[in-house]
Design a protein around this ligand. Structure first.
Ligand code: ADP
Ligand code: GLC
Length: 579
């Protein structure tokens, strides 16, 4: 693995290659100059070009149905239906329900952050609990060819969108793995360029289309789930469509669950634009549902109002978002709906994140061999990133989107204080130019001790989790956070701020009885982060045995989806009682 500084991303969240492959390290971020020109999406209906035919293998292509069928009434085409074998029912796994996950990203097809991890790992865990799970995703162009090739054409139809009933092509491409069925919504006009997220002018029409097309596709496939589970603002119109245009159709019988992964992003734009593109009835554009500040519409706000249940990804965040400090302008709305809010903490996929089998590591290890084997991983990391190779140095890692959320101004403030001849720091991330440049500056200033790996790179991430001693997550807010969970799984001690899921998953070290999983601080102040890092360093350098015990404790901690997937299942069952 060689160190490489890569092209910075120009968008809020850049698309990442998620293919899990052994070295060599590949460039994953889409270079800005290669990004295709952003197409104008808000085309007036009367100027709309005829919808292009999707790239369907000729021998499998079904005749596309005539345009005049309203989307919500799209009838299944019998010959297109590929029968999916239902997994064998295991009686001891409790009641069976069917759930359609709808979201904008999912590992390993496309991932920009933790949402992608959850959209992959949670359905997989639910399938093991006897649930019938389908995941509906956009078929972005950037999905690696090896997955595109394995997708099967399931049919296509035209759907009306927009308040003037403009017709859009909807193709359905299917892929199956680990008991989970993935249906990709195909439309060249909306999903034709690399990055899943571009800017709101393009993203709002795209995700209005996606939300409606997902439900139309379920009707078309004649697959009526008990629960439609949508994720973040990109799928937040699903509950509104379900209770309006689709109310009298099969899918209209489903219960709607909305999970908020990050309240910061809500899909807010000019009311007229959202009203036009969504084609939703006028009555949902009122101040208790879609409308915000008179002139804007807020897709997440509407989704919260129309869902049967709203979940967030940790208990603490479920409470925090109802306060003005963390509520991102929706605190009062959330408090009004508080009786349907539930926090369920995320887990991680312990097959993908398993140091005992991880092919990307210099040396695999478990909780018995971690203390010894971490040395080989640390050495490999130092060598590959151009750091001084020295087993005695404490290596502190940071793997993150480089945005305001992640507490990077605190990190910036403490770097000069923590850099000494015994300490090395490795930063892996992309995002805001200011943070990228700051970390590059430190790399230059502390040569051999500081590494700024400005890129999105799964391979490097695995090696940092395994090769570092501690991992920083000092977030300003953190709905759940997965990096601290992965760090613990890899025997790296997390240093976190006590907020959201960080508070719920990392127990502070207690020096009197030698318990806890990491080092924590509460208020958002650089002095407190500095103090937490120094407490970690003191234990590492002066009481190594206690440190090593914590490393082993962290590896033994259950960070899997097992418990939380059961909680989701209980919630689904409770929402869909059988008489
Ligand atoms: P968020 O979703 O807010 O970005 P999470 O902690 O929930 O934060 O999830 C981040 C996920 O993205 C983790 O799987 C982490 O390993 C991964 N990740 C973040 N930045 C990078 C990067 N630069 N390279 C590789 N993986 C990254
Ligand atoms: C969001 C949050 C992160 C969470 C992830 C998955 O991106 O920022 O805290 O872990 O979603 O739920």
């Amino acid at each position: 693995m060689r160190k490489k500084t890569e092209q910075k991303s120009t968008t809020k969240r850049s698309v990442k290659s998620t293919a899990k492959k052994a070295a060599p390290v590949k460039k994953a971020t889409v270079p800005a100059e290669k990004a295709e020109p952003v197409k104008e999406a808000a085309v007036p209906a009367e100027k709309a070009e005829p919808v292009k035919e999707a790239a369907v293998p000729a021998e499998k292509a079904e005749p596309v149905k005539e345009a005049a069928v309203p989307a919500e009434k799209a009838v299944p085409v019998k010959q297109a239906a590929v029968v999916t074998e239902a997994p064998v029912v295991q009686p001891d796994l409790g009641p069976r329900r069917s759930v359609a996950f709808i979201g904008s990203e999912c590992y390993p097809f496309v991932k920009t952050g933790g949402l992608g991890d959850v959209m992959y790992a949670l359905p997989k865990a639910l399938a093991k609990l006897n649930l019938d799970v389908k995941v509906i995703l956009p078929r972005y162009k950037c999905i690696p060819q090896k997955f595109q090739e394995k997708m099967e054409y399931r049919g296509s139809f035209y759907m009306n969108l927009c308040s003037d009933g403009k017709q859009y092509y909807v193709g359905i491409m299917e892929y199956q793995e680990d008991g989970v069925v993935y249906d990709f919504i195909d439309n060249d006009e909306f999903f034709s360029w690399g990055n899943p997220y571009t800017n709101l002018i393009d993203d709002i029409p795209k995700f209005c289309y996606f939300a409606k097309a997902s439900l139309a596709a379920l009707n078309y496939l004649d697959w009526t789930p008990d629960v439609v589970h949508c994720h973040d603002w990109q799928a937040a119109l699903v509950p509104l469509y379900l209770r309006t245009c689709f109310q009298d159709t099969n899918v209209g019988r489903a219960i709607a669950v909305l999970t908020i992964h990050n309240l910061k992003f809500q899909g807010i734009y000019d009311r007229k634009m959202i009203q036009y593109w969504s084609g939703l009835p006028d009555y949902v554009f009122n101040k208790d549902c879609m409308i915000q500040n008179w002139l804007d519409a807020n897709m997440l706000k509407g989704g919260i109002a129309y869902s049967n249940k709203v979940t967030t990804v940790s208990n603490t965040y479920a409470w925090e978002i109802q306060t003005e400090e963390y509520g991102e302008g929706l605190a009062a709305h959330l408090r009004y709906h508080s009786n349907k809010i539930l926090g369920i903490v995320n887990g991680i996929d312990t097959d993908i994140w398993n140091p005992a089998t991880d092919k990307l590591l210099a040396s695999d290890y478990d909780d018995k061999s971690v203390i010894e084997k971490k040395k080989a991983n640390k050495k490999a990391l130092q060598e590959s990133l151009g750091l001084d190779v020295d087993d005695h140095k404490m290596v502190i890692g940071l793997i993150s989107r480089l945005t305001n959320q992640k507490g990077l101004d605190l990190v910036n403030a403490v770097i000069p204080g923590i850099m000494d001849e015994h300490t090395q720091v490795v930063v892996l991330g992309t995002g805001d130019a200011w943070y990228e440049d700051t970390f590059r500056y430190y790399e230059n200033k502390y040569k051999g001790s500081f590494c700024a790996y400005i890129a999105y790179n799964e391979n490097v991430a695995h090696n940092i989790y395994a090769g570092c001693d501690a991992l920083l997550v000092p977030s300003r807010f953190e709905p759940c956070g997965l990096t601290q969970l992965i760090a613990m799984r890899y025997g790296s001690v997390p240093i976190v701020r006590e907020t959201g899921g960080l508070k719920d998953t990392v127990w502070p070290y207690n020096m009197f009885d030698n318990t806890g999983n990491g080092f924590t601080f509460d208020r958002y102040e650089s002095g407190l982060l500095y103090d937490a890092i120094n407490r970690a360093k003191t234990l590492y350098f002066e009481h190594r045995e206690c440190w090593d015990n914590m490393v082993v404790r962290d590896m033994e901690k259950d960070v899997s989806w097992e418990k939380s997937a059961k909680q989701y299942k209980d919630m689904y069952v409770e929402l869909t009682p059988r008489s």
